[in-house]
Design a protein around this ligand. Structure first.
Ligand SMILES: Nc1nc2c(c(=O)[nH]1)N[C@H]1C(S)=C(S)[C@@H](COP(=O)(O)OP(=O)(O)OC[C@H]3O[C@@H](n4cnc5c(=O)[nH]c(N)nc54)[C@H](O)[C@@H]3O)O[C@H]1N2
Ligand SMILES: Nc1nc2c(c(=O)[nH]1)N[C@H]1C(S)=C(S)[C@@H](COP(=O)(O)OP(=O)(O)OC[C@H]3O[C@@H](n4cnc5c(=O)[nH]c(N)nc54)[C@H](O)[C@@H]3O)O[C@H]1N2
Ligand code: SF4
Ligand SMILES: [Mo]
Length: 885
């Protein structure tokens, strides 16, 4: 019997409800849960493709010690013994956990309890340090607690939505869809996008402010000064509920308009227009994410934004408030359990002895760590210099995602004892582990997550545990028991852990702490199984409620008042002739972080199949770089080779490279190798979006493109980038020499049997070479080689893997590298739900489909998840402009 299970998407912090259906044959399909209040049935491209990422190919299925298969008890004994020994010899601060916002709340709770309560160190930090810590620090400075005051509904109720440092269309796509639907219903609603790049999100904006990198403090300071000067502030709110207004305004007023214009890179007219819009619109929501958080001034940016909302009293009311968007599915849950090195469980404060004492008594712990632990960047420094001797990494891939990634890799390599819990066997981090522990992944694991609007939802299992994989919480609890803390880690199920977490949130709380879900403190197995999505707080004895915080003050500083924080505009970085460009990094629509999951899906990999750098046409010209050239990027920390994508969406002087590519998918594209370990002084969050680099053309003697039915082995090339494709793999290549034995190269790389002879041709004048190998009527592999970037119809070439090549003409068509008239090339994927390419959309536009709806009717593109609608609109506009010229 087919079975349907309600669960939650494991990707972004929107936290969409998913219904997973397991058919009689075991096949899984997913659809949006129409009843889930985050998405009401919608899913984006990544959510829609979840079923394609569930196969066991590449999964870690058994514990390993030193590369050999081991049993669980041997592996757990070893971890416990090595951690205990390090603690005995060098003290509790000689060990550390580095965990993740992709853990479930129950996993996270146990990790934090073990480290802070029983090991007695606060050396547990998380990838949320790279993600949300500036927001946490900003909230705590302003509100006295890490509270997101509003709800998603506020974006729909607002008259003005300001999106700063957020590419909502690609990174929170369902929230973007809710916003664009609201704007379609109420066209008078205004949207402002503040981003150095003209992103796909800017597509629905009434105003796009292409701000200079890190110009945000200046912009929001300017806004605060303007609001104060024009009398647009809420005097009652300020005097009843806040302090620090005068100092904040004084600090904010230091730059006049021309100076603000220089600091923000915006014209005085743009500044005036934005200030006026904010001033005259009551219902304003300001959403922000990594363009704000990931900065050396991240916390100040957060407070500069919050200041404007506090000064106008626009907070905690429908359609109003500052809104920090969380990235990971459980970034918020990790904050609730205190997973950051400077926090304690249940939003308590590690620096307050009262809180430490409460947590200690509740846990029955011998002691609770009395000082904050090392934050991620410092933690890996301590690993590098030998202070940390045993490290457990769980659900994160720091060799790819940490700044100064090569140094982080070297530190992990040199660490005497490294444990990695992951679901994938070969990650750039897992390859350096002494002990590998197989974890349950999405669809198998069982617990809760909290989304950006404080909504707690269940992730429910619908697949059996594969191999010997076990939940992360179980691994931690087992090690805790073996370290001598058996009584504190007796939890037999996630329900028991959740109940304990809920009880702690209400423990001696009495309204003094924002995070309180003690209504669930007595929850049992069946109730936990049936738990419906709810928002916190939900104190003991109360029903689920829709609550906004702070409309009438009641902040969590001891005096109950919010703080406006006086923030200074950071000094601009001095010009650096050796590294003249500013490198900005971030996300693409269809990949998730280090690609361990989305890299498995051919559909998702077809959107952008190769690591790239966006560069402005004038900069490209200046550096002698043409579109589709390869580019070497260098900083004092490291180097990368990526494809040039020349576009005026990018501001001059700035470059953008996605953070996703790693050593499994490209020869040299871990962009964090270039990023300096510079952090925000308050939050410790790395500045991942503002790095001086230089760019030059990578001179290759030959370029290649290949498709292969089998995964290529050992790619011997100066540059390569690998992507999953329907029926096999596609590879972009570049070589330093042209006179290799290409036949031999193909045989080795694509594992072609000796008896199989190629079809091929060489053109000595153009230097082009094509080789194709067939077995029966199936294409095994084909290589296109050229002295220039290869101009082959790639989607068409990929589609040949699935085609039947029964006659010679068809086989020769493959080496010709272009489709015949009967099989047009779809072009690069735009709509990944229906695999519709750019050429198909262009053809439809030429055929008279002049709106996104018309294209959707013709090709279905954009009619499922809607994530590509902005791109489709861009293609239509592009075609129509060309036609008009
Ligand atoms: N498709 C996809 N979605 C994701 C993820 C993913 O990997 N893939 N990851 C999730 C996670 S964990 C996170 S944290 C979120 C991140 O979500 P976002 O923060 O929206 O994503 P980013 O692309 O990192 O950065 C957002 C924008 O900040 C801009 N920016 C850079 N510098 C500045 C600046 O100084 N000021 C301003 N105002 N803007 C600037 C960048 O140009 C970029 O467009 O996405 C989540 N959603
Ligand atoms: N330059 C630059 N660097 C960045 C950013 C940026 O914008 N620019 N963004 C930063 C941000 S915001 C973030 S959030 C980080 C993300 O960076 P990471 O956390 O390193 O990225 P992921 O690929 O999500 O890593 C998750 C790992 O956990 C594994 N995994 C998945 N599910 C489970 C599970 O249930 N249990 C266990 N044990 N493992 C599991 C996956 O296979 C994968 O190896 O990157 C940061 N780094
Ligand atoms: S917006 Fe997309 S990635 Fe984010 S939770 Fe929803 S379906 Fe998942
Ligand atoms: Mo993140």
């Amino acid at each position: 019997m087919a079975q349907e299970v309600k669960t939650t998407c494991p990707y972004c912090g929107v936290g969409c409800g998913v219904i997973a259906r397991v058919g009689d044959d075991g096949a899984v399909s997913v659809k949006g849960d129409p009843e889930h209040p985050a998405n009401f049935g919608r899913l984006c491209s990544k959510g829609s493709a979840l079923a394609e990422t569930l196969d066991l190919d590449g999964r870690l299925l058994h514990p390993e010690i030193g590369g050999r298969r081991a049993g669980w008890s041997e592996a757990l004994d070893l971890v416990a013994e090595r951690f205990s020994r390090s603690i005995a010899e060098h003290g509790p601060d000689s060990v550390a956990f580095y965990v993740s916002g992709q853990l479930l709340t129950e996993d996270y709770y146990i990790a934090n309890k073990l480290m802070k309560g029983f090991i007695g160190s606060a050396n547990i930090d998380t990838n949320s340090r790279l993600c949300m810590s500036s927001s946490v620090a900003g909230h705590r400075r302003a509100f006295g607690s890490d509270t997101v005051p509003g709800a998603y509904e506020d974006l729909e109720l607002a008259e003005l939505v300001v999106l700063t440092g957020s590419n909502l269309a690609w990174c929170h796509p369902v929230l973007y869809q809710r916003l664009s639907a609201a704007k379609a219903n109420r066209p008078e609603m205004k949207i402002v996008v503040i981003d150095p790049r003209r992103t796909m999100t800017a597509d629905i904006a009434d105003m796009h402010l292409a701000i200079a990198p890190d110009g945000d403090v200046a912009l929001f300071n300017g806004l605060l000064a303007h609001l104060a000067a024009s009398g647009a502030v809420d005097r009652n709110y300020i005097s009843n509920y806040t302090s620090g207004f005068d100092e904040a305004v004084a600090a904010a007023s230091r730059l006049d308009l021309p100076a603000l214009s220089t600091a923000t890179g915006l014209t005085v007219a743009q500044l005036r227009a934005f200030f006026r819009l904010f001033e005259t619109t009551e219902k304003v929501v300001t959403c922000y994410s990594q363009g704000v958080n990931q900065s050396a001034a991240g916390t100040d940016k957060v407070n500069a934004i919050i200041n404007c909302h506090l000064a106008t009293g626009r907070i905690g009311r429908p359609g109003m408030g500052p809104f920090s968007l969380t990235g990971q599915p459980n970034a918020m849950g990790g904050r609730e359990v205190g997973g950051l090195a400077n926090m304690l469980a249940a939003h308590m404060d590690i620096e307050k002895s009262l809180h430490r004492d409460q947590v200690r008594r509740f846990w029955g712990a011998p002691s609770v760590a009395s000082k904050p632990g090392l934050k991620a960047v410092d933690m890996f420094r301590a690993v590098a210099d030998g202070r940390i001797k045993a490290l457990w990494i769980m659900a994160t891939n720091p060799v790819v995602s940490m700044p100064d990634a090569d140094a982080v890799e070297a530190a992990i390599k040199a660490c005497p004892f490294v444990v990695v819990s992951d679901i994938v066997r070969d990650t750039d981090t897992a390859r350096h582990a002494h002990v590998l522990l197989p974890s349950l992944g999405w669809g198998e694991k069982d617990g809760t997550v909290t989304n950006s609007e404080r909504r707690i939802s269940r992730q429910r299992p619908f697949l059996a545990a594969p191999g010997e994989a076990r939940p992360d919480w179980w691994q931690l609890a087992e090690v805790g028991r073996r370290m001598g803390f058996a009584a504190a880690f007796t939890h037999g199920s996630p329900a028991v852990i959740f109940a304990e977490h809920a009880a702690l949130s209400g423990f001696e709380n009495e309204g003094r702490r924002d995070f309180d879900i003690s209504a669930h403190a007595e929850i049992d197995g069946p109730a936990y199984d049936g738990l419906r999505p709810f928002q916190w707080p939900q104190p003991q004895g109360s029903a689920p409620q829709k609550k906004r915080f702070f409309a009438e003050g009641a902040f969590y500083h001891p005096d109950g008042r919010a703080r406006l924080v006086a923030v200074e505009v950071p000094r601009p970085r001095s010009a650096n002739d050796a590294f003249p460009f500013t490198l900005n990094t971030g996300r693409v629509r269809d990949h998730w972080h280090t690609m361990t999951r989305t890299g498995k899906s051919a559909r998702l990999s077809g959107h952008l199949a190769e690591p790239f750098v966006e560069i402005h046409p004038r900069d490209a010209q200046g550096a002698g770089i043409s579109d589709a050239d390869l580019v070497t990027l260098e900083s004092p920390h490291g180097a990368a080779i990526v494809r040039a994508l020349v576009t005026d969406r990018q501001a001059e002087g700035n470059l953008f490279v996605p953070m996703h590519w790693n050593d499994q998918f490209a020869s040299k594209a871990r962009i964090d190798a270039l990023v300096a370990p510079v952090t925000d002084p308050v939050s410790g969050q790395p500045a991942s979006k503002n790095m001086p680099v230089r760019a030059s053309r990578f001179a290759a003697a030959a370029y290649g493109f290949a498709v292969s039915a089998r995964k290529p082995r050992e790619l011997d090339a100066a540059y390569w980038a690998l992507a999953r494709a329907e029926g096999g793999w596609r590879v972009e290549l570049a070589f330093a020499e042209t006179n290799a034995d290409w036949l031999d190269w193909c045989r080795k790389t694509f594992a072609i049997a000796a008896g199989i002879e190629p079809i091929g041709y060489t053109d000595r004048t153009s230097g082009e070479l094509r080789l194709a190998f067939f077995e029966g009527d199936r294409l095994l592999a084909t290589l296109f080689l050229s002295p220039r970037p290869v101009a082959v119809a790639r989607s068409w070439a990929v589609s040949q893997l699935g085609a039947s090549h029964h006659n010679l003409a068809k086989r020769f068509a493959v080496t010709a590298g272009r489709p015949g008239a009967d099989t047009p090339d779809p072009g690069a994927t735009v709509c990944s739900c229906f695999s519709v390419g750019v050429n198909q959309i262009t053809a439809a536009v030429r055929d008279g489909c002049h709106s996104v709806e018309a294209v959707g009717e013709r090709l279905s593109a954009g009619t499922n998840c809607g994530s590509c609608r902005a791109e489709i609109r861009g293609i239509i506009n592009g075609c129509l402009t060309l036609a008009a010229e």
